[in-house]
Design a protein around this ligand. Sequence first.
Ligand SMILES: [Ca+2]
Ligand SMILES: [Ca+2]
Ligand SMILES: [Ca+2]
Length: 338
Amino acid sequence: MKLKNLVVILVSLIFVLPLLDTRTTSQNYIIQFATAAVNRNKIRQHLAGCQGDIIRSYAPGYSKYRWYEIRINQPDLLPRIIKKLREEYQLTYVAPVTPVKLSATANDPYFLTGQQNYFKRLGIEAAWNNQAGSDRIKVAVIDTGIDSLHPDINNIFLNKKEIPFDSIDNDNNGYVDDIRGWNFINENNYTDDDNGHGTHVAGIIGATTNNQIGIAGAAGGGFEIDGKKRRGVILIPLKTANKRNQHGSNIVIAKAVDLAVNYGAKIINLSLQTTAINPIEKDPLYQSLSQAARQGVILIAASGNTDDPHYANLDNWSHYNLLTNHPDVIAVTATEVI
Ligand SMILES: [Ca+2]
Ligand SMILES: [Ca+2]
Ligand SMILES: [Ca+2]
């Protein structure tokens, strides 16, 4: 159990439903070859034999090997296809796409009313005397997007290296016109929130503080420090889920992590849970998290909060979550004990 970095803090801000079921009914798989010389069309021909196809592929900047997400419509033929791919292309990794779940949040006014309690219990006002947030810090929120018109969220990232609406990838990062992050579900630059989860999480991180509107953000600026009114952290929306409960695979979330690093994010927040088969170190998301950590990025993931005695003990279930098992990830959960 790699929990040495686990930090258990009272945070009502991230509610989690434990992911208990590690089985997958998905017919999508993640595969990788130990050679960069792979003929994509030949792979597709093999996959056609089981009515399958390549859904997406992704080559992280830090690796010469490409990840493929494939769909298999006749799973009983999978072993035969795997055997062929292994023989021809040094297939080294095959894993079913695992379910990704958003960590649940409450969005009702009563929840928001109670917000000040947990901030007070954290002693956050003392922290605000020294640091109220800074617009020099970018925080990537890998979630359902962020409501760009929200009156209390005023620090959404603007990619100044990208010229909007010219259909050109001006900053050459692989994403065209990505002026406000990226929508990985629809593969476009529309990162508004159609679900509410991402806006809620982003608000707790960086809603404008001390403005008499809505809620206080943990790092939302708003206070004068050394005679200067501070702005809060910059929030980068990276949309990997939507209101129809569509979620990207671990490849998709890995892409979001890599893009956050590309944007210069200092902190990446993942209020979600996902799994991987053992050894999890070979999973694409695990590897992107490692790469982000090597770049000095702080990684935060929701771990759990429940008053069920069994699941309140993270040791009983945390091993299901790839994120909380990554040694570079700070896992945040809630407790009623403080
Ligand atoms: Ca771009
Ligand atoms: Ca452009
Ligand atoms: Ca506010």
